[in-house]
Write a protein that binds this ligand. Structure first.
Ligand SMILES: [Zn+2]
Length: 466
């Protein structure tokens, strides 16, 4: 048996791992690389395998683009085997991939027009909306806890990863020459007490674990502090007549923030100010959330659903659809809250709002999610940088910038330790989905407690024999 990382190897985007068993090849996730545009485009456009011939099945952990975003390219290059995931992930993936196809087409158009150069390689957009729509026929939905066959001698099961709606960790059971070996894949591991979704489940006994390590060396603030911090910055910014700009992932983080704003408004902790969700994608994702209450935790029933309240809609909230509505926000005075994608400020409407609102000291930029290296979001939260480049324009950073770490959807170092250490029979951990500075201390902590544990931190395309 062999494990290879084709992406998210000592970095956090482009999740794509492969397990080779009994002469069969199984992909775990197939996500987009994000970061420096040209560099990401090159990494995204090529596979180290032939999708038409080499891969026998794929298992998908969740619908974030850095895990699912290259599936339409797999399809375009001839992949026709099943993609296994939870029911909610299947519905969310459809919304995310169609939007992804649209972004790829637009990016290509922009590159052709302004740079007289193709975005990726020589044959146009990475994939189109048509590819995204067509690849959906490969998706197969399953319930949490249900075993399903993957290839001969291999079955798998999803458990709730508590990261976003539909997110799963995977248990893969391999029977080879009469011997059974279990591999666990953490997917993106969530945390306890996140709004909307349930807490992560425990990983059952496995011998090998492929484990994410995004925050392998960082401690998050307690999630209970997130709503208070959000309230405080809104009240403070509203007093000075400013706008609160929240770059947020359209999938999950936006809904979590709306959920918290709803609770704050119901308990009269924030003033009546317009809350604009400037993201057509977020609106579509919210629609999918409403279809999957089987993924919700108890609180959302107690706080909203038992009273027949829609958690994601209340009197202050307005979803914008057209770009004209979005542009009109620039000339509208504060106070107001604008939430827009993308989460790392690399694409989408948030960039237009940042150009307008960053130079005004009355405003606040509230970041609520992970900002990968080399993204605009990372430069915005970097206190040593006083101006940032957006669409070739230098923009002064005068607005107050705060980072509410507590909303993170990823386990922190203590969560990761308490996830891995109790796993019965664990012999080997393969660390993925983390920068070296995060995964190395994580590995060292585990080794200090279990010196016999074999640990790997593979580079991209490095194979591990088991
Ligand atoms: Zn994720």
């Amino acid at each position: 048996m062999r494990i290879i990382s084709h992406g998210a190897a000592r970095e956090v985007t482009g999740s794509c791992h492969e397990i080779q068993i009994n002469g069969k090849r199984i992909l775990l996730d197939c996500g987009l690389f994000q970061g420096k545009r040209k560099e990401a485009a090159v990494k995204n456009s090529t596979f180290a395998f032939d999708p038409a011939k080499d891969i026998d099945a794929m298992i998908l952990s969740h619908a974030h683009m850095d895990h699912v975003g290259r599936v339409p390219l797999l399809w375009k290059q001839g992949y026709r085997k099943p993609i296994h995931c939870t029911y909610a992930t299947k519905d969310l993936a459809e919304v995310m991939l169609l939007d992804g196809g649209y972004i790829q087409e637009k990016d290509e158009e922009y590159f052709q027009k302004h740079l007289k150069d193709s975005m990726v390689t020589l044959d146009g957009a990475l994939y189109t909306q048509k590819d995204a729509q067509e690849c959906m026929q490969l998706f197969r939905g399953f319930n949490y806890g249900e075993w399903f066959p993957v290839v001969e001698g291999v079955r798998a099961q999803f458990l709730d990863a508590g990261h976003i709606v539909g997110s799963a960790m995977v248990v893969i059971e391999v029977t080879e020459n009469g011997h059974t070996h279990r591999i666990g894949f953490s997917g993106d591991l969530g945390r306890k007490h996140l709004p909307i979704i349930r807490d992560p489940e425990a990983m059952p006994p496995v011998e090998t674990l492929i484990c994410e390590s995004t925050y392998g060396n960082r401690t998050h603030d307690d999630i209970s502090t997130a709503r208070e911090k959000l309230r405080d910055i809104i009240v403070k910014t509203a007093r000075r007549g400013g706008k609160v700009l929240i770059p947020a992932f359209s999938l999950e983080r936006t809904q979590e923030i709306i959920y918290d704003l709803h609770l704050l408004w119901d308990s009269k902790q924030i003033p009546a100010l317009p809350i604009i969700i400037d993201s057509p994608l977020a609106e579509r994702v919210t629609g999918v959330f409403m279809k999957h209450p089987e993924c919700y935790d108890k609180h959302i029933f107690d706080d909203f659903l038992s009273r027949a309240h829609n958690p994601f809609q209340f009197s202050l909230v307005r979803y914008t659809s057209t770009t004209d509505e979005s542009k009109a926000l620039n000339g509208t005075p504060g106070p107001m809250i604008i939430m827009a994608g993308s989460g790392m400020c690399e694409a989408g409407r948030i960039r237009h709002h940042l150009i307008n609102e960053l130079p005004d000291a009355r405003n606040a930029i509230v970041t609520v999610g992970y900002m990968a290296e080399n993204t605009l979001g990372r430069r915005i939260i970097d206190p040593t940088i006083s101006e940032v480049k957006i669409f070739d324009e230098l923009v002064a950073k005068k607005a107050e910038v705060i980072f509410i770490h507590a909303y993170s959807g990823h386990a922190d170092m203590a969560d990761l330790d308490t996830y891995v250490l109790p796993i019965q029979g664990l012999k080997r951990v393969v660390f993925v989905h983390g920068e070296s500075a995060q995964m190395e201390p994580f590995a060292a902590r585990l080794k200090a407690i279990h010196p016999e544990l074999v640990t790997h931190m593979p580079e991209k395309e490095e194979g591990i024999e088991i």
